[in-house]
Design a protein around this ligand. Structure first.
Ligand code: ADP
Ligand code: SF4
Length: 687
């Protein structure tokens, strides 16, 4: 299909100082959990995005010096010349597809705890660090500032050597030295670097000027600047620092990449903010500078992108997450393949790669982070190796992705689903407050499958082992999901909670199936991801008194990894949910529960009419077990293999289920790999 002419404006080239971007799609810097320890993985991942049509592809933050060591986090590094080749691998991969490569040079200031380098952290003033490490940063004197400027300049020169086209000065996310100088809460200086906004912005100005001077002849110099921190007094605000900085420095760099800090405000999940939520904060910038402006907002709708450009809010459509979920988003718009776009669902599982220091993963795009180590491409897959037909049982995220990918390989696929609706847990969970966007996991796959003549979905088709053996498929994949337990077994209680059978229990499945809670609700969250918090919210919104008890120190503890924890706990508190942290449930009986402190074991009773245990899941693996228990029956039915994937093998995230379905599809008919089934980046030994 030809491109819709309405979107032509997105494909105009845009000059950024001495370089030109071929279109308006701009992958802003984003972390990926691979960083300097996995340069081949990073290079392939970035190269795939260039292939997918992003005109500018940036690194994650790149630490310019060993005093900016944020170990153990895996970011890019440019400490000396020896770091150049790893970054050159990325610029080569990006240039191969005609895109520009950008590098986000960073000194992390007081956020660099220097755990590995064991240097003393530096800051504008003597100040304790932000996290709870027992460390203080020391105030920089003039010679430190001079040294910092030299490190930044050297890093800019090294960036040019590595082949970068766009070199950043980073003053974003509250994480970098120029922003620490700008912030009155960190900068208590009385010299020319403190006090007035002109003084607090001096270091930023100098770094921009130094970078222009060092590499500005051939590289564009960009500034990433957080115009707002959403924290009120002490924070950067649009009205104070935001406007003043753009007014003072607006014409100095070649591009402004503007956003809202901190990272959790910049990459807010769809549960807490819609597409384009930063626009109200950043829209003033373009009116105050003639330089191109890029901003993010989880943009996946081409109409919104066009309107952002037409309204004069941005010149470039910035994206981290939409480029992760669909590295080929620009190409698909360009080729008029709108229905093929794999829209980001705003879940921030991608962020968890950074926070857990493991290669980035994505709920929507199972190939993300696997481009180099497994040679997976988001759009291409190997053709089928046999004429076997495949039966997939269960149309949740695992079954749908397996069916889609096997269909793409050319196999004849039947996907049987017990209920009248496809989507499994995604269909159920997307009905919960704030999770509507999660239905995109189902909808994208259905959209693709509907265009495949070789894949058929059978709804309302609960299959048993006899039927599966009778149908005559050669390959069977079971994706039958999992169900929540009702007895409280989880991490804290490895045995059923005494008295659970005498209490009015509702499992998450019961609630999602529409069963109503009675009266006062005790929700026991020993799962620690989103389910406990989101059900507490739902039940409270329905008017119940809700007490959320958890053995953890805070609500939905794992969501620290998706940067949602603060928002979840705030929302629950504001709704009036009572939160009882660091307690287990010692016993249940009709109308009451006994809670026990996880430290002292001291107990206390609370009244409750309904108990909702959100503790752990039981895989629906009975069908799998009955099939594999009788290998001769399988053989006589002509079934060559039976595989369990997703939650029916091991209940986990939706991302894990999609990944498992994808992996099963790629692995069908492939000989098992001897040894480690993916490539690894082995550290070099220096002699
Ligand atoms: P996953 O996350 O692993 O994809 P889900 O729980 O989301 O798992 O989806 C599993 C799907 O399998 C559900 O839609 C469920 O209705 C379906 N299912 C379970 N058992 C059967 C069966 N015996 N026959 C057909 N479908 C089944
Ligand atoms: Fe979007 Fe979730 Fe993928 Fe991140 S993991 S890119 S938020 S779909």
């Amino acid at each position: 299909m030809p491109r819709d002419p309405r979107y032509d404006i997105l494909f105009e080239s845009v000059k950024i100082g001495p370089v030109t971007a071929r279109n308006r799609f701009y992958q802003v810097p984003h972390c990926n959990g691979m960083g300097h320890p996995m340069p081949s993985g990073v290079a392939s991942m970035r190269g795939v995005k260039a292939e997918g049509g992003w005109a500018v592809i940036c690194t994650e933050q790149c630490d310019i010096h060993y005093t900016s060591d944020i170990s153990p986090y895996a970011e890019a590094r440019l400490w000396d010349d020896r770091d150049i080749p790893a970054l050159a691998a990325m610029t080569e991969a990006v240039h191969e597809h005609g895109s520009l490569a950008g590098i986000e040079l960073t000194h992390n200031g007081l956020h660099a705890l220097n755990r590995m380098s064991r240097e003393v952290p530096m800051a504008p003033s003597d100040i304790v660090v932000e996290n709870y490490d027992p460390i203080h940063a020391r105030a920089m004197d003039k010679s430190d500032i001079k040294a910092l400027r030299k490190w930044h300049r050297d890093a800019a020169l090294r960036s040019k050597k590595a082949g970068f086209d766009v070199v950043y000065v980073y003053a974003g996310h509250g994480l970098s030295m120029p922003m620490h100088f700008l912030s009155s809460r960190y900068n208590h200086r009385t010299d020319e670097y403190g006090g007035s906004i002109e003084n607090r912005a001096r270091l930023l100005r100098e770094l921009i000027e130094d970078t222009k001077d060092a590499v500005g002849d051939s590289c564009a110099v960009a500034v990433r600047f957080a115009v707002e921190e959403l924290m009120g007094p002490g924070g950067i605000t649009v009205e104070e620092e935001g406007k003043a900085v753009i007014e003072m420095l607006g014409e100095l760099p070649d591009l402004w990449d503007v956003n809202v800090a901190d990272w959790s405000n910049d990459s807010t999940t769809s549960r807490f903010s819609p597409e384009g939520s930063q626009t109200e904060y950043i829209s003033f910038v373009k009116q105050m500078t003639s330089k191109p402006v890029v901003a993010v907002g989880r943009f996946t709708s081409p109409d919104l992108m066009v309107s952002m450009v037409n309204k004069g809010i941005v010149d470039f459509i910035g994206a981290a997450r939409p480029s992760i979920a669909d590295p080929f988003l620009p190409k698909k718009i360009e080729e008029g393949r709108m229905e093929d776009i794999r829209e980001c669902i705003g879940c921030n599982i991608c962020v968890s790669g950074d926070s857990t220091i493991t290669p980035i993963r994505c709920t929507q795009n199972p190939t993300m982070g696997e481009e180099w180590r497994r040679d997976w491409h988001p759009e291409r897959i190997q053709v089928k190796k046999s004429d076997d037909s495949v039966l997939i049982v269960g149309a949740g995220p695992a079954g749908l992705e397996a069916a889609r990918a096997l269909g793409q390989r050319g196999y004849t696929v039947a996907l049987a689903e017990a209920t009248t609706q496809p989507g499994g847990r995604v269909t159920l969970e997307s009905q919960l407050p704030g999770l509507a966007a999660w239905a995109r996991v189902r909808d994208h796959r259905l959209q693709q499958i509907n265009n495949m003549t070789n894949v058929t979905i059978y709804l309302d088709s609960r299959l048993d082992a006899d039927q599966i053996r009778e149908f005559g498929f050669q390959q069977v994949i079971l994706a039958t999901g999992a169900r929540w337990r009702g007895d409280g077994v989880g991490r804290k209680h490895r045995e059923p909670i005494p008295g659970h059978d005498g209490a009015n229990i509702l499992t998450p499945n019961d609630i999602m199936a529409g069963k109503a809670a009675q009266g006062r609700v005790l929700l026991f969250d020993d799962d620690h991801y989103y389910m406990g918090g989101v059900l507490a919210e739902k039940l409270r919104l329905e008017g119940h008194e809700v007490t959320l008890v958890t053995p953890a120190a805070d609500v939905s503890n794992w969501t620290h990894n998706t940067m949602e924890q603060g928002r979840i706990q705030t929302r629950l508190l504001e709704l009036g949910v009572e939160i009882v942290p660091q307690h287990g449930v010692a016993g249940l009986r009709s109308g009451a529960a006994t809670l026990a402190c996880v430290f002292t074991g001291r107990t206390r009773d609370i009244e409750c009419d309904t108990v909702v245990p959100v503790t752990s899941l039981i895989p629906n693996n009975a069908l799998y077990q009955s099939l594999v228990a009788d290998s001769s029956a399988l053989e006589s039915a002509g079934i060559k293999s039976v595989l369990a994937v997703g939650d029916c093998l091991s209940p986990s995230t939706i991302a894990a289920a999609v990944y498992a379905g994808h992996k099963a599809a790629r692995g069908l008919d492939e000989a098992p790999v001897e040894g480690v089934p993916f490539k690894r980046e082995i550290p070099a030994i220096e002699c």
